[in-house]
Structure formats: C-alpha cells, structure tokens
Ligand binder design. Structure first.
Ligand code: DLL
Length: 433
C-alpha cells in the first residue's frame, strides 16, 4: 500500500478522533476571538469555546450555508488579511452573486496535500503523466488538480477543456497515464477518439481516470472502465472547501475524507439533526485547517452516507459513498423524490442504452411529466419500429419500477444528445424556467 503521509494516513480511529478534537478546539477558539462573523453566530446560538469539550460537541455549533458566502460577498468573512492571500477562485452561483474563495499559502499547501494523498493511494507518482482536463481559471478543478499532481512528482499536461482531438493526440504522443476530468468529458473524449480511429485501450498508455465535479454512478464507472480499459476513480470537492479534495483509494469504495483536514458530518436536510454513519443525509463539513475561509458545519447540499469502517486499504479515515443528489436539485415528480443518479443507475444497467441521456421535466396542467431522452448504442439502433418500440417499453418499465413514478422515454440516435466539456447538464427542468 502506498502512502503520501504515512504518519497521518495510517492513524487508528481513536487517534484520528483525538487529533480532530484538538484541531476543532483550536479552530473554534481562534474564530471566536478573531472573527466577528463567527463570534456573533456562536453568541446567537449561546455556545462558547469552553462548551467544546469533546468531538461530538461540534453539534452545538451553528451551521453555515452558501448564502452566508453570498451575503458576505466578496470577502467579508475571510479570516486572513489581503496580504496573506495568494489566490482567489470564484464559483458561478446559479442565482445572484458568485462565491469568492480566498487561499493563503498554507491553504494551497493543505489542498495539494489532500490531492497528493489521494493520487498516491491509487498508485500514481513519479513517472506518471497526468493530463488535467478540468477547466483552468476561476474554476477550482484545473489548478487544484495541477498542484496536487505536481506535488507527487508526476508530470502534468495542463490541457484544460476543449480542443478534444488535440487532447487525444497529446495523450498518445506524451504517454499520458492518467486523466483528470468530468466523467462526461471523458465519455466525449472516448467518442471523439473512436471517430479518429484511436483505440484508447490499445493506442494509449492511459490507465486511470480521476473523475468528478458532477454526479456519476458505479454503473457508469463499470462502463467507462470496460470501454476504455482504465480504472476510474471518483474525486469529490466543492469550491467552498478549496476545490477537488477527496478521492477514492485503490479499493474504489468511496472517497476518503482526510480527518486532519475535514470533519465530515451527515445531518437530516430538513431538521438539521445529526445522523449516524450509514444513514443517508446532507454532507456537512468543518474545514479544520483552513486559514482564509474556514467553513464550520457548512451544509454542502450534497446527499451521501458516511462509512466509518476501516477501509480494506487499511486507512481509518472515513469515506463518503457516492453523492446521490443535491438537497436542492432533487427532482420532485408528482410528489415523489427522484434523483438523476437513480435514473443513470437504471439506464446504465440496460445493455441497449448508450452512455448519454437527458431528463426533461415539464408541468402539463397540474401534473409533472418527466421525459427521459435516451441514446441507444450503435448496435441496438435499428430501422425496425417494432424493435425500437420494444426497447422503449422495456426502458420505461425499468424506470417506473426503480423510481415509483411513470416516465416517458424517447429513444434517440447515438451521438445526438449534447456533449459537455465541463460539468454536464443532464436535467432540463422547464417548470422553473
Ligand atoms: O466541482 C470541485 C471539483 C473539481 C470537484 C474537480 C471534483 C473535481 P464546485 O464547482 O463548487 O466545485 O461544485 C461542487 O459539484 O457540491 C457536488 O454537488 C458536485 N460534485 C463535485 N464532485 C462530485 C462528485 C467542484 N465526485 C459541487 N460526485 C458539489 C458528485 C460532485 N457530485
């Protein structure tokens, strides 16, 4: 087993929890003394640093939400001076003001360390060539991965997004062994490669994908792995935490949340009540070492489950299961909660279905209607109406069983749905337009 930071990665659970308590206590004392934002919030909640006597006392602290960043635009709640900042990233908000994140040099170092541990745990290191095809710029994906990959001594190919044919040529010419991008961009790269007559399995040295920034499923992982002949690892993060931060290890059973960097909790999204490991709820994170923009009990809005069993890789740092949706983009169709990930999971287990789909939600009269446009594989796309009818019925049936709600399915030609270089947009919700 390969470790970047054996001293930390190999700690047993009890030592991890002791370390987290110390870090939490320091953070709370620092914020209470030096930040009027956190001081006032804690006072409102009638909690004082003296009340933090054990790790579970984190539950006494007030939550933070994305609106706290928006309301304090651009930097009112930063806890480092402008001279101490070495970088900004900005995430485009879906409504109103964007979110600005500032970083001190230590923040950048912690971020790169987090990625370095993940990349090492999947067997990457010196001699690897890592193509970073996340966007460079205000988005955290490109530069975040870049610094993490350089940290482990790998050679970085900073292609960013776009110009896909060139990306494929460079992948071949420079012997790229790993690519970091969104899963949807990797699908696009795979298809463009096929059109160019390049077989990624045979004609490149690619053996790993570090894929994230958008929801994807284990079924999609299987398809990508079989199709491209690589191992596909999940990477999770959000700009408010820094950016891409936590990856699967070689076991591929969930991203390890490095416990000296982040304290992850799961809460009930409706009541805010703390949930146990194994229970599904909203990820809530406290960044234990962040200097410029510490987040305390930040309600990320992503739905997942914490697995705190020691991993088969030997590490006791907790893992999160795949993100199953967002608190806020969970679709409610005729009163039933539907996550796009459930739809992907079902579609990807149907062999005639290709890798791309689109969900369109509309309100017809008082009722919500959901249409799922599904690309067929080249092999199953046929001129015979009766064949297509049969596939459509079977896909509708499978979706209805999985989601408990009726779904219309439209089968479309392979290659006809939009492709994406960054995060894909799989849901068109016309109800909110
Ligand atoms: O997407 C940071 C990132 C870059 C992560 C590159 C991984 C790789 P934001 O633009 O702030 O930051 O978006 C964060 O994207 O709250 C999730 O809803 C979603 N997301 C990110 N990674 C995953 C993942 C970056 N692996 C939001 N699975 C998060 C599912 C993900 N959803």
């Amino acid at each position: 087993m390969q470790y970047w930071d054996p001293r930390i990665e190999d700690l047993p659970k009890e030592a991890i929890q002791r370390m987290q308590y110390k870090l939490l206590k320091n953070l709370v004392c620092r914020l209470y003394s030096f930040s009027s934002f956190y001081h006032d919030r804690m006072k409102e909640q009638h909690v004082h640093p003296d009340d933090i006597r054990e790790l579970s006392d984190v539950q006494k602290l007030p939550f933070m939400f994305k609106r706290d960043l928006r309301d304090n635009y651009p930097n009112k709640i930063f806890t480092a001076s402008e001279e101490e900042l070495v970088r900004y990233h900005v995430s485009s908000g879906t409504t109103g003001k964007p979110t600005v994140v500032g970083y001190t040099q230590n923040d950048i170092n912690t971020w790169s360390t987090s990625i370095a541990r993940g990349l090492t745990s999947i067997g990457l290191g010196r001699g690897d060539v890592i193509q970073v095809s996340y966007g460079y710029g205000l988005f955290t994906g490109g530069l975040g991965m870049h610094y993490g990959a350089e940290r482990i001594g790998a050679t970085v190919l900073p292609t960013s997004v776009g110009n896909t044919e060139r990306q494929i040529e460079l992948m071949q010419d420079l012997g790229v062994t790993a690519i970091a991008c969104t899963p949807s961009y990797l699908l696009h790269i795979g298809e463009v490669a096929e059109k160019m007559g390049v077989d990624i399995k045979k004609d490149t040295k690619l053996r790993a994908g570090i894929l994230g920034a958008e929801p994807w499923t284990d079924k999609m992982r299987n398809r990508i792995e079989n199709w491209l002949g690589i191992k596909a690892y999940d990477i999770y993060g959000t700009s408010e935490l820094s950016g891409p931060m936590f990856t699967d290890c070689s076991e591929q059973t969930g991203a390890h949340i490095w416990a000296d960097i982040a304290l992850m909790e799961i809460v009930d999204p409706k009541t805010g009540e703390s949930l146990e490991p194994g229970e599904k709820g909203e990820l809530t994170i406290t960044m234990l070492q962040k200097e410029a923009l510490p987040m305390v009990r930040y309600r990320i809005g992503d739905i997942s489950i914490i697995d705190d069993e020691v991993c088969a890789c030997g590490r006791a740092h907790p893992r999160i299961k795949r993100i199953q949706g967002r608190v806020d983009d969970m679709l409610i169709i005729r009163g039933i909660n539907v996550f796009p990930s459930q739809i992907e999971h079902t579609l990807m287990s149907i062999p005639q279905v290709g890798r791309h789909f689109q969900i369109v939600v509309e309100r017809k009269g008082a009722l919500d209607d959901m249409l799922v446009r599904v690309e067929l594989t080249k092999e199953s796309f046929s001129d015979k109406i009766s064949d297509l009818m049969q596939i459509r019925q079977s896909v509708e049936h499978r979706l209805r069983n999985a989601l408990n709600v009726a779904v219309d399915v439209e089968l479309v030609e392979p290659g006809s749905l939009p492709r994406f270089e960054g995060k894909s947009k799989k849901v068109i919700d016309k109800r909110s337009l």
